[in-house]
Design a protein around this ligand. Structure first.
Ligand code: MN
Length: 140
């Protein structure tokens, strides 16, 4: 299993490749707000662990394993954003909150949160009922 830090890199590399078709060390460094030398080090580790193939002057590509894990991490991030949105968390907190929790939940918890999101999305009245509770609390 990748560590939280490895997960951040794989997730970001997957997103960059999805958006631009490639992921350069400088782009990864900028996205993760780290020094390019840290990126080079991590990318070498990810290469060794078979998540990607890195060639110094040609850039990097994800292996099938890297793609699979990357997609799962991006989906998890999106699900957690959906979850926070559906329970009424203020938009300005959503991204940072997800970054803070995404590496620290079991896949079991992620799947159960997925069920809960579906529970709300299946019936708009459930979302309204939750809003009603929140409205009453804020009036206390
Ligand atoms: Mn994330």
């Amino acid at each position: 299993m990748p560590t939280p830090s490895m997960e951040d890199y794989i997730e970001q590399i997957y997103l960059l490749i999805e958006e631009k078709g490639y992921a350069r060390v400088s782009d990864i460094a900028e996205a993760l707000k780290v020094h390019p030398s840290s990126v080079t080090k991590m990318v070498q580790k990810l290469d060794k662990d078979d998540y990607l193939i890195y060639e110094k002057y040609r850039g990097l590509i994800l292996t099938p394993k890297g793609k699979k894990v990357g997609k799962r991490l991006v989906d998890r991030h999106e699900l957690l954003e959906q979850f926070l949105r559906v329970i009424g968390v203020d938009e300005k907190h959503i991204y940072e909150d997800v970054e803070g929790i995404e590496h620290h939940l079991s896949w079991d918890a992620i799947d159960r949160i997925g069920d809960l999101v579906q529970f709300f999305e299946d019936e708009q009245s459930r979302v309204e009922a939750l809003k009603e509770i929140q409205k009453n609390k804020s009036e206390d």
